[in-house]
Design a protein around this ligand. Structure first.
Ligand SMILES: *Cc1c(COP(=O)(O)O)cnc(C)c1O
Length: 355
């Protein structure tokens, strides 16, 4: 489908950043995609324009009441110079799940996919070639209506910006140390934990700072009511391998349903590894640990794909997982997933979309 997306090119292109010091989200490409929404016209004026700052009224609703949602996915360059996206329709659909919960207008998912593809195609030169690097895609929607009344705004802006990002791991998978948070909570059922909205991140920063001060990399969140059930890690979902079977918290309304999570589950099922999505208490994790039954723990998310957990600290108990080494299954999933994303092996799941 070829929707009408207007194109206004830059006159001079930026210099590309040094590939060895890309980091995450520090550099942005020459162009961006923009369209606006209002009550009368719906979503309109889809266009690709030079990347530039926005002008917004200080009373724009997003600054005051937080109607803002986002997505995150990546474009990968294969060794034979093709460009692949990983399950982009899933991200675009999730954007609409988020918009509904935040009382924002739904997007035309086909148009957004077309916009992602056209923007990526235009910015092909920005997709870094070095192993592990990629072009991060950040679609987002903000409420732009200037009105201090508390109500769903009547005007919005949807944008897509692109950022070349460095490899998550310098060479091999690096296990992380996780602090199980007992005081702060990230989300509650009925709230917005299951949607990608900025406020969830704002609410998580204090706990992240606390964990870092104590020498940990990230926080493992427990449920917001009883602080008994395991939810997720920072911006990743979490998996436990116990006696040959894999467990991950069921999507209960307060956990973000990761696309990497979904892909890992499908991959494990295709390998006939038993996977259970259910409620998991931190107590049972600890007991399984004491019995020596925990084989692997890992986080899943677009940024790292797989992030092995080497240590879990809960109250005063420190659980060292698999001698602080990357487990065999974690490694195998990481290898298979990145091989598919980089087009190194056939994609039996039909997850990748070529641009
Ligand atoms: C985005 C996100 C994830 C991971 O989702 P993916 O689709 O796998 O990248 C997990 N938890 C939170 C809170 C997130 O925002």
């Amino acid at each position: 489908m070829n929707q009408l997306i207007e194109l206004k090119r830059v006159t001079t292109k930026k210099d590309k950043p040094d590939l060895s010091s890309l980091g995450f989200g520090k550099h942005f490409t020459d162009h961006m995609f923009v369209m606006e929404y209002d009550k009368e016209k719906g979503w309109h004026d889809p266009r690709i324009t030079p990347y530039e700052p926005l002008v917004l009224d200080p009373a724009a609703a997003v600054f005051h009441y937080g109607q803002a949602i986002f997505e995150g996915l990546k474009a990968y360059r294969t060794s034979d110079n093709r460009v692949l996206l990983f399950r982009p329709s899933k991200n675009i659909h999730r954007l609409n799940v988020s918009s509904e919960r935040m009382s924002m207008p739904p997007l035309d998912e086909e148009l957004v996919l077309e916009a992602v593809q056209q923007l990526i195609d235009l910015e092909r030169d920005w997709i870094p070639t070095k192993e592990g690097t990629s072009l991060y895609i950040r679609p987002f929607v903000i409420a732009t209506e200037s009105c201090l009344g508390v109500k769903p705004a009547l005007q919005y802006k949807f944008m897509i910006i692109l950022s070349p990002v460095g490899a998550y791991y310098a060479n091999q998978l690096q296990p992380v140390r996780i602090f199980v948070e007992e005081d702060y909570v990230r989300a509650v059922r009925g709230g917005v934990g299951a949607v990608k909205t900025g406020g969830n991140y704002a609410a998580s920063l204090q706990a992240q700072l606390k964990a870092e001060k104590l020498g940990y990399d990230q926080v493992l969140w427990l449920d917001g009511v009883e602080k008994k059930y395991v939810e997720e890690v920072g911006s990743m979902n979490i998996f436990f391998k116990i006696k040959g079977e894999v467990f991950t918290p069921a999507l209960n309304g307060s956990i973000l349903g990761g696309i990497t999570r979904d892909s890992v589950i499908e991959m494990l099922r295709s390998w006939n590894v038993p996977v259970h999505e259910r409620r998991i208490t931190i107590q049972e994790v600890y007991e399984a640990y004491q019995r020596g039954e925990i084989e692997e723990v890992f986080g899943t998310g677009t940024a790292a794909v797989i992030s092995p957990v080497g240590e879990l600290s809960w109250n005063d108990e420190r659980m060292i997982i698999n001698n602080f080494e990357t487990g065999e299954l974690s490694m195998k999933i990481y290898q298979e997933m990145t091989d598919i994303q980089l087009g190194r092996i056939p994609d039996p799941y039909q997850w990748t979309v070529e641009v």
